[in-house]
Design a protein around this ligand. Structure first.
Ligand code: GTP
Ligand code: MN
Ligand code: MN
Length: 616
């Protein structure tokens, strides 16, 4: 049975809302959290349009949401957060595995029972004076073979509204849980009770949160507890907490992959259909690439996902992938008609904006939406703003939340229960130096090495000199729910299972800079040229040259027709400097050493091979 998102949006009747569950585990858990947090009321969310309308009305009435001018942006809202609650808080994010070694050197670990006791302290009475919402959701199409269920308990109606866009949320999920489907437990509180222990009340604020924050994953029991933040990545627990941190552990145990990857369908001029999954660190262009409009004739790109992919070997032996989410939570600044027109048209209405600027006509604006800023705005902190204010009008991490179904480039089968078969996996970082525009891995192992060494320069390095590198292996540094080196081992194992069915692996870098300090490659829509080369490699019609760091396009192999790029610039895009690559290998070895014995020998061997060939 395949149900789509829209089939969940029944016209729920508020009077007929359920008051409990027949599933004893679910009911006991809800009772336990209610006893701990002491909310005034409990609401079981049905996922209906009516419910969403009532919640948004409530938030507009209390001043916690601003309704945008429906003439420009129907059924859309602006939320402004507390200036101290604007991004994920990695320093307060914990992986509480039983064994500390399972969290590894890249995660904060805390002993699970000590953390549970601490959480009981902060959650005690944390929902006093508030309503507790029970939000049942499915990651992936309902009942799909790769999909998983979850329930989030939250005291934030803003979170409920966002979850209704980002997941398939509502009554049907409860029915599935009651029929015995497993589910992940997640609890969230903004940590701003309206009544204190002695019964004294205080008024609510525009954005309730707490200076003390906890984003806690218990991978062994598949549980998440989040306290003190209302912001996206910390509060929408379906996303980074479940779909990446908890799901990566489920994947390790069950033989699949939960990845920080976009998913696209590519259609060649000959009508060939290919699917590509790509991992880039946050703010490195996933949402952009997922909605790319090709500049080369005859090629089409369709969107399947922009942030997370779950991948699993299918019965045919190939790797299949779904987008577990139902919406986009995208970065607003830099999203405009020239860079990502598809995203701009996706947000025509039914969109929640967080921390962007408000125009005098009741619409929204952010840096990069248009070339010229309006003469006057209310900035993300609610203050008057003019182009001369000397500060940005929108917060750099301001976001839009919108249903994927509204995306004009969404693929027809983006909700296919079994997913789509993956032809290519791409890894990319933000590198001013060293890393070429595109390289193909010689093998799955070499591809895993490329994924494990994703990084960005910490400082603006001069061309040819490697600065200190900010490592973000597989773009999963803040999201891997277990030891990163074990995760590399898991990828190697999955590759072994896939054997000759494994997708090809590539590395890309849109961000190489020339001696003048500017990006050499025009990027955005022009990235379709790089996708074309990948597909031609997979088809076996494009030549490559073997270099110490991978297979690069042969002379004239990359389609540069109609592009104004000098021969010199192209050479810079693909230049491999022996000395700086040897220096980079030393840094990679130092990085691997942090993981000690856990580093798979195959990755050490790949490093040795790169070094050997560089010295050739
Ligand atoms: P998260 O949603 O946080 O995981 O990040 P993301 O990977 O989706 O990042 P997003 O697509 O929002 O990246 C935005 C940034 O990358 C903006 O600054 C864009 O201008 C820049 N960007 C995206 N594609 C390109 C490109 O091809 N070339 C250049 N130079 N910049 C790009
Ligand atoms: Mn992301
Ligand atoms: Mn994104």
């Amino acid at each position: 049975m395949t149900l789509t998102n829209s089939s969940l949006q029944t016209n729920g009747d508020a009077d007929s809302k359920r008051t409990g569950s027949t599933d004893p585990n679910l009911q006991a858990w809800v009772d336990e959290i209610a006893r701990l947090t002491e909310p005034d009321a409990i609401v079981w969310c049905d996922g209906s349009k009516r419910e969403a309308n009532e919640l948004s009305k409530l938030l507009v009435a209390s001043g916690q949401l601003i309704r945008l001018n429906p003439e420009w942006r129907p059924n859309s809202f602006l939320a402004r957060t507390d200036p101290k609650d604007v991004a994920r808080v990695e320093g307060r994010t914990f992986i509480c595995s039983t064994d500390e070694a399972d969290a590894g050197p890249t995660n904060n670990w805390a002993e699970p029972s000590a953390m549970r006791a601490e959480l009981r302290g902060v959650f005690a009475g944390s929902m006093r004076g508030r309503t507790m919402y029970i939000v049942p959701f499915s990651m992936g199409p309902l009942g799909g073979p790769i999909s998983q269920l979850g329930v989030e308990i939250t005291d934030s109606p803003y979170v409920v509204l966002n979850m209704g866009i980002m997941t398939r949320m509502g009554e049907t999920v409860l029915t599935m849980i009651e029929a015995g489907d497993p589910w992940v437990h997640t609890v969230h509180s903004v940590g701003y009770p309206l009544v204190d222990q002695s019964g004294i009340t205080r008024p609510d604020v525009e954005w309730p949160c707490n200076d003390d924050k906890y984003i806690v994953q218990f991978p062994d029991t598949r549980e998440v507890w989040s306290y003190g933040s209302g912001y996206g990545g910390n509060a929408l627990l379906s996303k980074k907490s479940f779909a990446l941190r908890i799901a990566s552990v489920m994947g390790r145990d069950e033989g699949w992959l939960a990845e920080h990857m976009l998913l696209i369908k590519l259609i060649s001029p000959e009508g060939g259909v290919f699917h590509v999954a790509a991992a880039f660190p946050s703010a490195c262009g996933k949402t952009n690439l997922s909605m790319l409009r090709p500049t080369i004739p005859g090629w089409q790109v369709e969107t399947i996902g922009d942030d997370i992919a779950w991948l699993r070997q299918g019965e045919d032996g190939r790797l299949w992938a779904i987008n577990p989410e139902a919406g986009f939570f995208g970065v607003a600044p830099g999203t405009g008609e020239t860079t990502n027109p598809t995203a701009v048209s996706t947000m025509w209405g039914n969109t929640i904006f967080t921390n962007v600027a408000l125009r005098d006509d009741g619409d929204v604006w952010w840096e990069g939406l248009t070339d010229k800023a309006p003469e006057h705005l209310i900035d993300w902190q609610g203050k008057d703003w003019t182009p001369g204010s000397g500060r940005t009008a929108a917060h750099p991490n301001s976001r839009f939340t919108v249903a994927a179904a509204q995306c004009p480039s969404i693929a027809d089968d983006w909700e296919a229960a079994g997913g789509v078969p993956i032809d290519a996996i791409v890894f990319g970082g933000r590198r001013a130096t060293n890393v070429p525009l595109v390289a193909q891995a010689r093998s799955w192992k070499h591809g895993v090495f490329m994924g494990a060494t994703i990084s960005s320069e910490k400082t603006a390095a001069a061309d040819g000199i490697v600065g200190e590198l900010r490592r973000d292996p597989f773009a999963m540094l803040p999201f891997c729910g277990y030891n990163m080196a074990d995760y590399w081992g898991h990828w190697l194992k999955v590759g072994k299972e896939l054997g000759t069915n494994a997708p090809a692996i590539f590395q890309v870098n849109w961000f190489r800079k020339g001696p003048d300090g500017n990006f050499i490659w025009p990027g955005f829509g022009e990235n379709s040229r790089v996708l074309e080369w990948m597909i031609r490699r997979i088809e076996g019609t494009a030549d490559a040259v073997d270099t110490p760091i991978g297979l690069l396009p042969a002379e004239d192999g990359l389609n540069l027709d109609g592009l104004d790029l000098s021969k010199e610039a192209v050479d810079q895009l693909f230049a491999i400097d022996q000395n700086s690559w040897l220096a980079e290998c030393d840094l990679t070895e130092e990085y691997f050493d942090k993981f000690g014995d856990k580093v798979p020998p195959a990755l050490r061997a790949e490093l040795a091979s790169v070094r050997y060939h560089l010295k050739d």
